[in-house]
Design a protein around this ligand. Sequence first.
Ligand code: AMP
Length: 466
Amino acid sequence: MHEECGVVGVSFKDEAPAALSIYYALYALQHRGQESAGITVHDGTQVRTLKGMGLVPDVFNRGDIQKLKGHVGIGHVRYSTTGGSKIENCQPLLVSFKSGTIAIAHNGNLVNSKELRAELEKEGRIFLSESDTEVIAHLLVKRLMHSELEDAVRELMKRLVGSYSLAILVDNKLVVVRDPLGIKPLCLGQIDNGYVVASESAAIDILNGQLIRDVAPGEMIIFSNGSYESKQLVRSRNYAHCVFEYIYFARPDSVIDGHLVYDARMRIGMTLFEEHPVNAEIVSPVPDSGITYAIGFSKRSGIDYMEGLMKNRYIGRTFIMPGQDMRETAVRLKLNTIKPNIQGKSIVLVDDSIVRGTTSRRIINLMRKSGTREIHMRVASPPIISPCYLGIDMATREELVAAHKAVKGVEALINADSLGYLSVDGLVKSIGIPLDDLCVGCLTGVYPVEIPGEQCARRQLKLSEF
Ligand code: AMP
């Protein structure tokens, strides 16, 4: 099961209600998951959780937030398309055990959860959900029975392979952990009277907070009584920050691992023109994912930026009745052309990525129907040729169009007059993080951790070497 998620943790010094801040932060992270949302808080004696399916405003109302009393807490938004759309998989995951309770919010994906789960099941442990977060919960509880918190988390990290940015409540203590490779983002900020940790800095901004820094890969931070203590539990020689956060997933107003996503996307747009120059009358984005790239492309090329497509922002999960032109209705509900802007023109169409190719094909078809003369597709990522095992819900290898077709083949399939993808070098240079510190598994098929049947980039640090 592949998941994309957003996590948040808030710890206040006094009795300020954490739930309200978590609720706002989850709004800021809504793009990271629209399937379920949850908040768990602790007031010093009691833990309270509310979670449910849907968007943040579907799950919580004002009364709910008021009832979630506590000065410390965590929150989660979750998105999963691969069969895991069930209430049991909603987070935070709450577990009570002999010496207390823990609640976990997890962003990422373990690649060894099957083995760990089998091992735990052999010991007689029972699982209620499909999620790898429950594996983490069991392993942590098991260690907390015998060890102090720091040792328990250190031991836990030795067992986990994959991506994990975790916000954990151990009774009324907020603990956050980022995997040693720093695959998924996690950052720390100061807010009035306390601290916030969130998947993206945009969540800190909306709480009027200050971004302090990223949580370091392999770092654990424990918050209590208005202060925090950091422990670097594991140190890896190189990191593996997910490139797809920069390409598609993160908000452009977030700063991830020291890089403003907007700037990276602007530079990518410029590099895209340098790598695939073209003569055209206007540059148009696929909204919203292509906008910043198209601006960068326009700046560098001198070709006018003009919108040719308009997105309906209220589309949500519309039910489309099956019928003859169901597909076209579905596309038009979501995107419509601004006909006079594109009719008879030669256009550079910019989008962030092509995954299955369906979206590009439909959009180009729509534009041709509106009379566009030439469509030169420019894509802000290299061809996606391999699946993601580390937390981006992409597609299977069979579904990835670039896994089976060369550029000319994809060009023909989407019916573009020309197609240009950004190179891996161009991407890395534009982001500004060395290749050795990025995960580019989806673009190269070479991964930063061992995955059965796939190639691995590095000599793996044995877990015992951590
Ligand atoms: P398609 O090629 O039809 O599979 O869709 C590609 C489009 O989906 C891209 O233009 C992206 O904007 C968007 N996209 C890429 N990755 C994801 C993802 N992991 N989840 C949701 N949408 C995505």
